[in-house]
Structures are given as C-alpha cells and as structure tokens.
Design a protein around this ligand. Structure first.
Ligand code: SAM
Length: 200
C-alpha cells in the first residue's frame, strides 16, 4: 500500500467513524423533527410511489432513521421492509416502534452494507448525500441488489449545501427517469425521483 492510499484510508476511516458518532448522538438527543408536518409530503409521495409501483415489494431503505418512511407507507403496502441506518440508536428505536415479522431495521453504513437479498425497490430519502462515490457504489453495490424490474426511489433537498444538481447529474448517467415529483413546504423543497437502471 502506498503512503497516499494509507493516508486516504486513514482519513476515510476517521470521517466515517465521526459521521456515525455524530448521527448517533443526534438520535440519542431526541432528533425528531423528521416527524413534523413540514416533512410529511416527501414521505407521502414516496409511500404513494411504493403503493403504485409494486405489489407486496421487498423494500430496502437506506438512511431510514427511526423508521418514519416504513410507518408512513403502511404495512399493507409491502412484503418486506429492511431499513438500515448508520445510527444504531435510530434503528433500535425503529425496531421498537415499527418492527414486526416483515419490518426490520439494522445498523449499517450504506457505503459498506452487503446482503445476498434482492429488492424490488430501494429507497434513499434525504440520505444519498452520504453515499460516496455515488456512481461506483450504485453500479457495483446497489444496482446488483435490485431484482430484474427493480427501481430506486431517491429524494434530495434543493438547498445549496446538498449539491443536488451534481448528484442528480451523476445518477442520470446510470439511471433512466421513470417519474419525478417536486414538493415544497415552509422548510424547503425536495425532488423525488423514481429511477430504473439503464439497460447495459
Ligand atoms: C437527513 S436524515 C434523513 C432520514 C430519513 N431518511 C428521512 O427522510 O427523514 C439522514 C439519515 O442518514 C443517516 N446516515 C448518515 N450517514 C449514513 C451512512 N453513511 N450510512 C447509512 N446511513 C447514514 C443518518 O443517521 C440519518 O438517519
């Protein structure tokens, strides 16, 4: 290993570790604004897409926090739901509140999450900012987790610090757009897109 890659690996490990600790602390401190009315539309739009797109889908959600998306979607709308988040405090809380035989939440960093299971839908609501590098992780990790007609549902806030235009641009290189919705509340605007991997 070169000195440069040693340094870069050290920085990456440090950043990931501090990121996890920072998010976990937020949830320990009762970070619950995600359940406020101003956040409701984006959850509702994604819930509608889940219900419209698939019957009893197997769903993977990354960056699920305390399970609000699964709850807003409703247990009758999916066959199985696996929510993952870097914060174990968040996934513990999600399991306690909404877990059952078909709804489970597990701590995992989306950058190194692995499973043999395949999904009809992968949801990343307000959390794709932490997947890096997006294109490689999508191509090598998450697109292979999709079933043949599987789709991704991704939301991003339109605030300046989300770099959303760059991220949507990268995603458009590897996904076809099935549908897109914009919602705006007093707390900001969100684009929500349904994406399907481009045929190779
Ligand atoms: C802005 S919150 C969004 C939460 C929820 N999806 C929503 O829409 O309200 C971002 C979430 O991503 C999680 N997160 C941050 N970095 C992550 C990572 N590397 N892997 C998995 N989850 C991560 C945080 O713990 C947090 O729950």
């Amino acid at each position: 290993m070169s000195v440069l890659s040693d340094i870069s690996s050290f920085i990456e490990r440090k950043i990931i570790r501090s990121d996890k600790a920072r998010w976990d602390l937020r949830f320990k401190n009762g970070w619950s604004y995600l359940e406020n009315i101003e956040e409701l539309p984006r959850f509702s739009i994604i819930a509608g897409y889940v219900r419209f797109l698939k019957t009893n889908p197997d769903v993977l959600e990354m960056g699920c926090a305390e399970g609000v998306q699964a709850a807003r979607t409703g247990k009758d709308a999916y066959g199985s739901w696996l929510g993952t988040d870097v914060s174990p405090t968040a996934t513990d809380s999600a399991n306690q509140r909404f877990g059952d035989e078909k709804t489970t939440f597990a701590p995992a960093d989306m950058n190194d999450f692995e499973t043999d299971k395949k999904f009809d839908l992968i949801i990343i609501n307000e959390a794709i900012y932490y997947l890096t590098p997006i294109k490689e992780k999508m191509l090598n990790k998450y697109i292979p987790m999709l079933k043949p007609d599987g789709m991704m549902i991704i939301s991003m806030n339109t605030g300046r610090n989300t770099d959303h235009e760059t991220r949507w641009g990268i995603l458009s290189e590897i996904f076809d757009l099935i549908d897109s919705t914009y919602t705006e509340t007093s707390k900001g605007g969100w684009n929500i897109k349904v994406l399907k991997p481009k045929a190779v």
